[in-house]
Design a protein around this ligand. Structure first.
Ligand SMILES: O=C([C@H](O)CO)[C@H](O)[C@H](O)COP(=O)(O)O
Length: 210
């Protein structure tokens, strides 16, 4: 099981400073969608330049023109690129095809997918690398989480790795770990804490214990 740190509410220098502090505790750093909107793929490029040995995920949440966008994120240095599970089949297949050419990985974000079990089986068959259940900020605000959805995809997915994102905190991490995802994605549960290093270290410890 791996830990991904999601950076959503920082600029590039703040993100790099944070990763300097937290790199020993994380497996992947995510350049979050808001950061890419604010700073562009330059944020991916600069993070990879600063931490060449750390896997960098570009949270593009691709919906269309997938081959082109995967190519641009790959050129910027992303190791993993996200596409939405709600995208057209041909877009997801195009993302996988381009990622294979570039020796990169594709994570499918199942945010807003209603027929979760059926769609997870379909995207799994397209050869994607990760399938991620995700409760976005807006649904988190009304008390939702993705813990049951994780169980659903664990039962449906045969070949891709499974991941979970959305409001995970130290207090809820043990419940997530019980379902054994391959990847746990945490943003505010680390970046919003007073002692971010302690939060990341404790999360890493629990995740490595499995
Ligand atoms: O993908 C995310 C969100 O849609 C904003 O772009 C976050 O990175 C993801 O939800 C993880 O962050 P937290 O919910 O703060 O843990």
């Amino acid at each position: 099981m791996e830990l991904q740190l999601a950076l959503d509410l920082v600029n590039i220098p703040e993100g790099i400073e944070l990763v300097k502090e937290l790199e020993p505790y994380i497996d992947i750093v995510e350049i979050g969608t808001p950061v890419i909107i604010n700073e562009g793929l330059k944020a991916v490029k600069e993070m990879k330049r600063a931490f060449p040995n750390l896997k960098v995920l570009a949270d593009l949440k691709i919906m269309d023109a997938a081959g082109y966008e995967v190519m641009k994120a790959s050129e910027a240095g992303a190791d993993i690129i996200t596409i939405l599970g709600a995208a057209e089949d041909m877009s997801i297949k195009g993302a996988v095809e381009e990622a294979r050419k570039q020796n990169k990985k594709v994570l499918v974000d199942m945010i807003c997918v209603k027929n979760l079990e059926e769609r997870a089986k379909e995207v799994d068959a397209f050869g994607v690398d990760y399938i991620c259940v995700h409760t976005g900020y807006d649904l988190q605000a009304v008390g939702k989480n993705s813990f049951e959805d994780l169980q659903t995809i664990k039962g449906a997915v045969k070949r891709a790795k499974t991941a979970i994102a959305g409001g995970i905190k130290l207090s809820t991490l043990p419940e997530v770990i019980k379902a054994q995802p391959d990847l746990v994605i945490v943003g505010g549960g680390i970046t919003g804490q007073d002692d971010r290093k302690a939060a990341a270290a404790e999360m890493q410890k629990l995740i490595k214990q499995g």
